[in-house]
Design a protein around this ligand. Structure first.
Ligand SMILES: Cc1cc2nc3c(=O)[nH]c(=O)nc-3n(C[C@H](O)[C@H](O)[C@H](O)COP(=O)(O)OP(=O)(O)OC[C@H]3O[C@@H](n4cnc5c(N)ncnc54)[C@H](O)[C@@H]3O)c2cc1C
Length: 398
């Protein structure tokens, strides 16, 4: 059945951070916007720790009322338990209530006039010359443009001929009770979290999120970590359910088609180093707004015009994604013994302090990667790294 007579300017698939932001901005510019979300409620279920860099909060003044606390330090633990504390005087990041943030952003979008169709899954998208057809539970909705903001693992980009991310990792997380813990803790251990890391993030004086990303069985690994933390007296045994989610580690080969853009996790716009995707998703959503606005102004919905979106977002974060992924590949090859050695070198040489004093950022990692490798260069034989990745001239993989 076709919804007769309605041709939306933009149909946005997915009411996550990226989709809600686009709805808010496009509706604010006067476009007729429909958001289609498969869950009955915006922000549920949530698969996010909610750590957002200070730059993101400054750049996008959208977080009011959703910030739980500020972060200016963290404790990093090596596989054998050596500790490295990194701290700055100023606030580096905020921990937000991610579900509340998504809801608040959707409310802003609705106030601007965006309409929401909740509890409805977009099953298919068909590009036609004059419009796009979105199949939603037996109905056909029509839009002049479509934004695919359907998050991690969505089959829609591939159906639209945009390809697949090519690499991904699964995460698991649970809320726990704590008593008086305040600093964020990050654990590196290739046996527990092969290729990745685990975290304990206090969200209040009494609660924390414990989670990890791992290429192997994240649920079982998380249960092991929880027992270890409970044994150390850091947390109480969790009562809540473990939630699971994934992140793409590489962008889609193509993030546009004629009349279509993919944004956020659906496009693979996530930091490959940490798995943080909210900021890059918002930055790319802003680029998508510019592209769509330009298409309407020119009356041109061709693939050539929409290809500008990919060129523009790659100019912003392309290098970060490439170098971040390369750093991830180097890290994945390290053994626990080598990670312990890196902790030792970094601490004994004060490398972490030197890095903290430079203008390194929570959200932009390419410089930190290059600087870090330069500092570690003299010990490269310990890690089996090739000569040509040092001296600040890290070779990028494409
Ligand atoms: C365990 C974990 C911890 C994380 N922690 C952080 C963190 O601390 N900081 C950070 O920046 N990032 C973090 N991330 C990553 C972050 O959660 C994502 O990058 C971010 O949510 C991406 O936003 P999005 O809008 O692209 O997608 P999503 O937030 O996933 O939204 C996509 C929406 O689309 C809907 N949808 C999907 N398919 C359809 C369909 N066919 N029809 C209709 N609706 C559909 C979904 O229901 C969902 O609501 C974490 C990820 C995980 C897994």
């Amino acid at each position: 059945m076709k919804d007769m007579g309605r041709l939306y300017d933009a149909i946005i698939i997915g009411a996550g951070a990226a989709g809600n932001y686009l709805a808010y901005r496009l509706a604010g510019l006067g476009y007729e916007v429909l958001v289609v979300e498969e869950h009955e409620e915006v922000g549920q279920p949530v698969n996010c720790t909610g750590i957002i860099g200070a730059e993101c909060v400054e750049r996008f003044p959208l977080f009011e009322g959703t910030v739980l606390r500020e972060v200016s330090s963290a404790r990093l633990f090596s596989p054998s338990g050596s500790e490295l504390r990194v701290s700055r005087d100023s606030v580096q990041a905020f921990i937000i209530d991610r579900a509340a943030f998504d809801r608040a952003l959707a409310e802003r979008a609705q106030l601007e006039g965006a309409q929401y169709l909740l509890g409805c899954r977009a099953e298919d998208v068909e590009i036609r010359d004059e419009a796009i057809r979105v199949k939603v539970e037996g109905r056909i909705l029509e839009g002049k443009t479509v934004v695919v903001a359907s998050g991690f693992g969505s089959p829609l980009p591939q159906k639209l001929g945009m390809g697949r991310s090519g690499d991904l990792v699964m995460g698991a997380q649970v809320e726990v009770s704590t008593d008086g813990l305040w600093e964020v803790e990050v654990y590196f251990d290739q046996e527990m979290t092969p290729g990745f890391f685990a975290w304990l993030v206090p969200t209040s004086q009494k609660r924390a999120l414990v989670g990890l990303f791992s290429r192997r069985n994240p649920g079982a690994q998380l249960k092991e970590l929880l027992s270890r933390l409970a044994f150390q007296g850091k947390i109480a045994t969790p009562q809540a359910q473990i939630t699971y989610g994934g992140i793409p580690l590489r962008p889609l080969p193509q993030t546009y088609q004629s009349r279509v853009v993919a944004v956020g996790d659906a496009a693979g716009q996530v930091k490959p180093t940490t798995g943080g995707g909210v900021y890059y998703g918002l930055l790319c959503a802003e680029v998508a707004v510019t592209t769509l606005h330009g298409a309407f102004a020119a009356g041109d919905f061709s693939e050539a015009l929409f290809s500008r979106y990919q060129r523009r977002w790659k100019r912003k974060i392309g290098k970060e994604l490439r170098l971040g992924y390369l750093a991830r590949q180097l890290y994945e090859r390290l053994s626990n013994r080598q990670i312990d050695q890196i902790f030792h070198i970094v601490e004994s040489r004060g490398i972490h302090e030197a890095l903290l004093k430079s203008d390194l950022s929570f959200d932009w990692h390419s410089k930190a990667i290059q600087e870090g490798l330069k500092h570690l260069g003299p010990w490269r034989h310990l890690f089996g790294w090739r000569e040509n990745i040092f001296g600040g001239r890290l070779r990028e993989s494409r």
